[in-house]
Design a binder for this molecule. Structure first.
Ligand SMILES: Nc1ncnc2c1ncn2[C@@H]1O[C@H](COP(=O)(O)OP(=O)(O)OP(=O)(O)O)[C@@H](O)[C@H]1O
Ligand SMILES: [Mg+2]
Length: 252
């Protein structure tokens, strides 16, 4: 609104922040995600568990971060008591298929524009299933194959983001996107990969502004051209009426 170009716009950020919304948008574009359902009432319990493939399941707050609000429920009883408690606190929650073959590891791909500029595999500490660095996970640089790179860039595009931290699980059927972070931290990824990610973001911002600047200039030139065309169509050449004519007659 203030004409200040920003790489990640408000709409794209809002889309990515809501985990359920983001997963719905990805699914619509045939981007693979773990089966996820939105739980509303206890009567949906059995159908919901069946849809996500039975226990253990992952229960998440729709807007959690750093692994907070991400829980595992091993039994039906654990699921129902957990959901009842969270509903009681007025929380919006999702229930998600547990991707066991991930074995406490995930991949964080850092996307800038149309490229993965750095990626790390995060491994959870012993006894933990969440690989977030803030939960004691360890990051190691990883060179992604094209399938994972494509999935990360495609997911970022679906959100409409220019900069994103895409979390993916390595499943037996390929990458499964967990979420797309619109303001991913730099510390962990730069330390684990030794890539100067900040520099890549700045370079993208410079190109973004240049392109926008060029577009703005083009728009002005177009408008001027249109005005001139309009002008020449309303004041046929040689007529004495209208401002341009008076100037010309004066100069002669
Ligand atoms: N469906 C799942 N199956 C297996 N592991 C999962 C699943 N969902 C999440 N995890 C593990 O839990 C971690 C945190 O989950 P997720 O990325 O959804 O939460 P988060 O709190 O938003 O994280 P972030 O800090 O990246 O925003 C993941 O990095 C992954 O290790
Ligand atoms: Mg995450």
């Amino acid at each position: 609104m203030m004409g200040v170009p920003c790489l990640n716009g408000a709409v794209a950020i809002a889309r990515s922040r809501d985990k359920l919304r983001a997963l719905q948008l990805l699914t619509r574009k045939d981007i693979d995600v773990p089966v996820t359902v939105c739980a509303r009432s206890p009567k949906d319990m059995d159908m919901m568990l069946e849809l996500v493939g039975g226990t253990p399941v992952i229960v998440k707050l729709q807007q959690g971060t750093q692994g907070i609000g991400v829980m595992i429920a091993e039994t039906r009883q654990a699921v129902s008591s957990l959901l009842e408690t969270l509903w009681g606190m007025g929380q919006d929650i999702i229930v998600q298929q547990y991707i066991a073959e991930a074995k406490g590891r995930d991949v964080r791909a850092f996307v800038v524009g149309n490229r993965v500029v750095a990626a790390m595999r995060r491994s959870a500490k012993a006894g933990e299933f969440r690989s977030n660095l803030h939960r004691g996970g360890e990051g190691q640089r990883v060179h992604l194959n094209d399938e994972y790179k494509r999935a990360a860039v495609a997911a970022t595009k679906v959100m409409g983001l220019e900069v994103a931290g895409v979390d993916m699980l390595e499943s037996s059927t390929g990458p499964k996107i967990l979420e797309i972070n619109s303001s991913p931290g730099l510390e962990g990824i730069e330390r684990s990969t030794s890539v100067d990610v900040a520099d890549k973001i700045i370079a993208r911002a410079e190109r973004y502004v240049e392109r926008r600047g060029q577009r703005a200039t083009d728009a002005v030139i177009d408008a001027e051209r249109r005005a001139r065309r309009l002008q020449s169509s309303v004041t046929p050449s040689g007529s004495s009426r209208g401002p341009a004519a008076s100037d010309r007659s004066r100069s002669r």
